[in-house]
Ligand binder design. Sequence first.
Ligand SMILES: [Zn+2]
Ligand SMILES: [Zn+2]
Length: 414
Amino acid sequence: MYIRVMRYKTSSKGRNRNMNLKKEAQALNDYAQALRRELHSHPELDHDLPLTEGVIVRELEKLGLDELKSGQGKGHGVWATLRGDRPGKVLALRADMDALPVREETGLPYAATNGCMHACGHDAHVAMLLAAARLLAGARAELAGTVRFIFQPAEETTDGALSMIQAGALENPSVDAIIGIHTGSIWDGLRPGQIGWKSGPMMAATTTVLAELRGKGGHGATPHLTVDPIVMAAEVLSQLQTLVSRETSPFEPAVVTFGKIEGGRQHNIIADSCRLSGTMRTFSHETNSFLQERLRATVEGVAASMRGHGTVEYVGQTPALLNDPALSFRMRDILTSVLGPDSVQELSLPSTGGEDFAEYLQKVPGAFFYHCSTFGDERDQPHHNSRFDVNESVLWTGVAALAAFALHWQEVSQ
Ligand SMILES: [Zn+2]
Ligand SMILES: [Zn+2]
């Protein structure tokens, strides 16, 4: 499909504004860094985020916004609304707030000591969005339309976005488009400070699979008097390896991984049951439905053929993250204009990672972007690692991306 995209052109007045915007975002780097460190020292999990909520509310209260709502979602979500002086549409900017149950080993002076850690960079997301809110609150006279700032709990545990949508984060006024950013080292090939963009499928649908195999326990010395669920599990796992390799199209990406197997208590006891838990990653609804059906049939069929009983439950599903093409190209053009062509890079392939930002995209068009905050040395660690860190010197480019998009996304292409 060919998509015609008009380039955003700047007038000389626009160019001045862009230069200022870049400088304003750079000037906010220290502010974003201080906030990130404060949040990093006090990581909180899931929906239980009172300290994080407190920092967000404290900072937003300084900005004289038109609306500020805390205690949202399942207790600690926040949203705020800024109305520009010029008429226009409603744009939501979203940051996730939660940390992980990882014991921090960075050795940083502001490292967390409570057994939890911001090991996915959500502390930086909150800091960048608060800095963008500060920049935009100061640019109200130039702002067309309304900006809704959404601070969302429980991304890692995947129901945070839904809890905010159900609480009304996309309503009053009705949100027309939504933008989100993920910082860190997720995408190879990006340079520190660069924004990675991609039109269409960007992240996979995730489905958590819980399977149980039931047999008949007994003595390990007399297997013929039992029905062994562990042997059944071994057969089921081998069979499941053929789903993606033999049953789905090689042109349709899919992953089936079982990361946990649990059964049995002692070497000479045949167990009554064995449980498997895994994750499926897909990009199309058809492939997801097909794999769910075939996985269930495999577990039930293999178990039955071995005189046992197999059941499958699907829990914790998030949809695939599909970026709106027009908004993705719009970000490319705006950032090219504001920060220069080197500031953006198109991503060639989607990721099989999941992200509950996809839930918002089921309701309104939007786009998700990667913000590269690597160092280029041994400090670069994978997300969710106990030594994960964020290069704070480039926080300002994320601030600039969010603020520039909010200021320019509705301008008519020339
Ligand atoms: Zn994460
Ligand atoms: Zn994350």
